[in-house]
Design a protein around this ligand. Structure first.
Ligand code: B1M
Length: 212
């Protein structure tokens, strides 16, 4: 009999959103650490889906169904990952760059940022650089967080950095970036203020950028 975390991964791979939701609740009731439910259950399942997608063993519809199951699980986990009632230490506008529809990682980063005490304004997916900047200004945000999952869209992060610069807001609004194809070298190349490889380091990075 597999553990609850293994069952979460198995049902996520099958795309069974209701089962994933119920199993995540079961794990919570069993007092499993929320970060373990996320990393060893949900993300473990999603990484297997990613591997199979890469090898053409599964296709876009299966991946979408698995992503929906992942969302069902993270929705229940969110309140546990986010500290309740803490006064925000700053505001971040977060979004997936223009041309890119991947939002699972971006949503996780958003949750971790909220968990770190930041107010998060979610600009959504396929966001124009100007919209990121507009939302940052409207919400007095000091950080723009951009996510990209495609090598073809990560170049749009440079446009965000340039838009902030053109508005004379470099230094006042910091741009942090992340996503599977993004690297520190790319961050340096485009002049962004910081790169984080995962959601937990994104929260640390945002806190460090607020202090700069
Ligand atoms: Co897409 N897809 N996809 N996909 N997809 C990838 C990214 C791919 C690597 C799959 C593969 O070939 N192995 C590949 C990209 C290849 C490349 O460019 N190098 C790919 C492709 C090609 C495509 C399409 C072009 C497929 C097609 O149509 N032929 C298409 C593009 C659509 C578009 O965006 N315009 C497409 C579509 C889709 C779906 C819609 C089916 C679905 C997205 C559903 C959704 O997001 N709602 C999907 C999925 C699910 C994936 C994989 C399988 C999983 C992505 C994911 O959610 N991972 C992915 C393969 C893979 O990554 N293994 C793949 C889990 C998530 C938690 O990780 O997003 O990396 P990730 O986020 C991490 C870190 O990167 C980091 O923190 C997160 C948590 O630790 N992070 C940040 C992310 N953003 C950050 C921001 C930060 C800091 C850290 O600061 C602001």
């Amino acid at each position: 009999m597999s553990s609850t975390l293994e069952q979460i991964a198995e049902q996520l791979i099958k795309g069974k959103a209701n089962d994933v939701r119920a199993l995540v609740q079961k794990a919570i009731d069993e007092k499993v650490k929320p970060s373990d439910i996320l990393n060893k259950g949900l993300l473990a399942g999603m990484s297997i889906v990613g591997e199979r997608f890469k090898k053409n063993e599964v296709y876009v519809p299966e991946v979408l169904i698995a992503a929906r199951a992942m969302k069902a699980g993270t929705e229940i986990l969110k309140p546990l990952l986010v500290a309740a009632g803490v006064k925000p230490i700053g505001t971040v506008v977060i979004g997936t760059v223009k041309g890119d529809l991947h939002d699972i990682g971006k949503n996780l980063v958003g949750m971790m940022l909220e968990g770190a005490g930041l107010r998060v304004v979610d600009a959504g997916i396929n966001v124009e650089p100007e919209m990121m900047l507009k939302l940052a200004r409207e919400n007095n945000a000091t950080i723009i967080g951009a996510s990209a999952l495609l090598t073809t869209t990560m170049t749009n992060m440079k446009t965000i950095v340039e838009a902030v610069k053109a508005a004379g807001l470099s230094g006042k609004i910091k741009v942090m970036i992340g996503g599977a194809p993004v690297t520190q070298a790319f961050c340096d190349e485009i002049g962004a203020d910081g790169y984080a490889p995962d959601a937990a380091s994104a929260a640390d990075l945002a806190k460090a950028l607020l202090k700069k």
